[in-house]
Design a protein around this ligand. Structure first.
Ligand code: SAH
Length: 235
């Protein structure tokens, strides 16, 4: 984009277009999700030099080799959790905190875990600035879940895993939904896992491409955590 959009009014136009062209046009319908994506100021979660790209149809760098998820992917994952406003939700991979804010608007209480301290700190800063009061943020390995606060109605994993992390399934309530990208490093399928007693129902919501879930129940620990970039979703 050559033109620099500075005013909040310009961003609200960009946001409306994002919702129409990227979310509604691709068949997502949940009116609560649509309303919230039309309202949360996504540009405030990226650094000032990248704000003009915040409403584009692609992920954007947020530092430490990580990216803010593409708007459509945020909407798809959120819709898959089927939130009504009262749920307790766990998010793995806070990143810049945008998806966290969307969840906080749509659920009762949000727990979120990020492994990179710098990202967690800046997410906390923005979320406080926007006056969210129903978010608890922790730095650590989210592939282990958050046992002390379990069970959850919904768990959203914003990073790709080689398999469904078992602790997360165990931390779901009966009927709870876990949304997680599962596959190899290059491409994954977005799975929705619903807990039914000691069994699970698994649905494939389509192809996607995320940065790695680095952790005990993900890709194992790495020496260097900044060498992957999230690619455009293929869905
Ligand atoms: N929803 C975020 C997505 C960021 S990308 C956003 O839109 O900004 C995925 C994030 O998952 C990265 O910030 C990465 O550091 C984090 N991550 C990867 N493995 C993790 C783990 N085991 N525990 C917690 N966070 C993890």
């Amino acid at each position: 984009m050559e033109n620099t959009m500075r005013g909040e009014a310009d961003y609200s136009v960009a946001r409306r277009r994002m919702v129409e062209e990227q979310i509604v046009a691709r068949g997502l319908h949940d009116p609560r999700v649509i309303e919230v994506l039309g309202r949360v100021p996504r540009h405030l979660f990226v650094e000032p030099a990248l704000q003009d790209q915040a409403y584009g149809d692609y992920p954007v760098g947020i530092g430490s080799g990580q990216t803010i998820s593409q708007p459509y992917i945020v909407a798809l994952m959120t819709e898959a959790l089927q939130l009504t406003g009262v749920e307790k939700v766990l998010e793995i991979g806070t990143g810049c905190g945008y998806q966290t804010a969307v969840l906080a608007e749509l659920a009762g209480q949000v727990y979120t875990i990020e492994r990179i301290k710098e990202l967690a700190f800046s997410a906390r800063h923005v979320l406080r600035h926007l006056h969210y009061r129903n978010i608890v943020l922790r730095v650590g390995d989210g592939s282990l879940g958050w046992k002390e606060s379990a069970p959850f109605d919904g768990i959203l994993v914003a990073a790709g895993s080689p398999e469904i992390p078992q602790p997360l399934v165990e931390q779901l309530k009966e009927g709870g939904r876990l949304v997680v990208p599962v596959g190899n490093e290059d491409t994954q399928s977005l799975f929705r896992v619903i807990r039914r007693g000691n069994k699970v129902d698994i649905e494939d919501l389509g192809g996607c491409r995320f940065v790695k879930l680095v952790g005990r129940f993900g890709w194992g620990q790495q020496k260097k955590a900044g060498d992957q970039t999230q690619k455009r979703s293929l869905v």
